[in-house]
Design a protein around this ligand. Structure first.
Ligand code: SAM
Ligand code: SF4
Length: 360
């Protein structure tokens, strides 16, 4: 078997190499984390960028078998934030030096929804005099919609592939004609052609998922040449079909650990991208996101959704910060980021270096 040090020093990795890294334990695991931390510092620096997350609607036409706000979950109160609630959250972000916001929602593609997002984008640009960066995470849309939203001010788009393995993808989505991995891959391509900084990612620790499939996910992200990645643990939700397999899941601390190894390994595979410390990490461990910062992540998404709506945006059980804003206190965030050996890039967009490298 190859020496771990030899693999860590490579710039190109085989699927076997990645499996080996994802299976490290003890001293080898520590070494992986150290290598990833230095790779991050030498490539993208020590700064962490904030993206204020606004979950502006939980209405969704899709029925992903893992997601707590899936169309068929009728125990969720459906909501849409009013314009002034969304713009208020953007003002908070702007005034507090968060360089960007992320507008996230369930997936709808009605003309009313497309128009509304378009209007909101223009208003956010206006209120911040073009200063706030805007990321969208509103699911699969037509190339025309992507283009329209890009022209109205969005410049980043997050669309997780969830898993790059077609068989596993079909096991975690219903076979109803609306959930198709090829279409999702096509959407990622459309976004890139439009000029967006494109983000994707996967869930880690899904039932039936193997280490080899996760290694394949890393190679997929590299192949499609993403600029940003948000990936975190899968966490079960009792009102979803996939939760019937909860007995097959890794214990949560192991899912957290595997997620940290995925982040560290990805930092070695794609050193100049932005990697977000996903909120789901915090659902397993209160310091989960900060741990991710120490092994390669460089983006955090503090939740700016008004408190009253958060209970209805529960993608999974134990979603953190349902009833408190404490995490947003500036000195508290600063202290936590500082503990992770990083500093906050206040007022900066923090665009992924990779985006500029791949276009130069
Ligand atoms: N509807 C859009 C979409 O699916 O791309 C954006 C919002 S969706 C709620 C954002 C992400 O939440 C999904 O890409 C998925 O990875 C994640 N998610 C949903 N259910 C989850 C669960 N049970 N555990 C962890 N992440 C989950
Ligand atoms: Fe809808 Fe996104 Fe949840 Fe799927 S993951 S059900 S598209 S909100």
């Amino acid at each position: 078997m190859k020496q771990l040090e030899n693999i860590l020093g490579q710039t190109v990795f085989s699927e076997d190499d990645l499996c080996r890294l994802l299976r490290t334990e003890g001293e080898e695991r520590k070494l992986l984390f150290q290598f990833a931390a230095s790779k991050k510092t030498e490539t993208v620096g020590r700064k962490v960028y904030f993206r204020g997350l606004i979950e502006f609607s939980n209405r969704c036409a899709k029925d992903c078998l893992y997601c707590g706000i899936r169309r068929s979950n009728n125990r969720v109160g459906r909501y849409e934030l009013a314009d002034d609630e969304i713009l208020g959250a953007c003002c908070f972000a702007w005034e507090n030096g968060f360089g960007s916001v992320v507008l996230q929602s369930g997936e709808l593609s009605s003309p009313a929804f497309v128009d509304r997002v378009d209007r909101l984008l223009r208003s956010i640009k206006k209120l911040s005099k073009g200063g706030l960066g805007i990321t969208l995470s509103c699911g699969e849309q037509s190339p025309d919609t992507y283009r329209r939203w890009f022209e109205s001010g969005a410049h980043r788009y997050l669309l997780r592939i969830e898993t790059s393995d077609p068989e596993l993808y079909s096991m975690i989505h219903p076979d109803d004609g609306r959930h198709c991995i090829e279409r999702r891959m096509r959407a990622l391509q459309d976004l890139k052609e439009c000029g967006y900084q494109v983000g994707s990612g996967v869930m880690i620790g899904l039932p039936f998922q193997s280490i080899r499939q996760l290694a394949g996910d890393l190679l997929f992200l590299k192949k499609i040449d993403v600029d940003m990645v948000g990936m975190g643990p899968y966490i079960e939700h009792k009102n979803t079909p996939l939760s019937r397999y909860r007995h097959l899941l890794l214990p949560k601390p192991e899912r957290l650990d595997l997620s940290l190894k995925m982040i560290a390994t990805l930092r070695l595979v794609m050193p100049d991208i932005n990697i977000a410390a996903a909120t789901a990490l915090q659902a397993i461990d209160p310091a989960g996101r900060e741990k991710a910062l120490t092994v390669g992540a460089n983006v955090i998404m503090p939740n700016l959704t008004p408190l009253a709506y958060r209970k209805d945006y529960q993608l999974y059980e134990d979603k953190p910060c349902l009833d408190e804003d404490a995490g947003l206190c500036r000195s508290c965030l600063e202290a936590r980021v500082d503990l992770a050996g990083s500093e906050i890039g206040y007022g900066e967009w923090g665009d992924p270096l990779h985006f500029f490298n791949r276009r130069s």
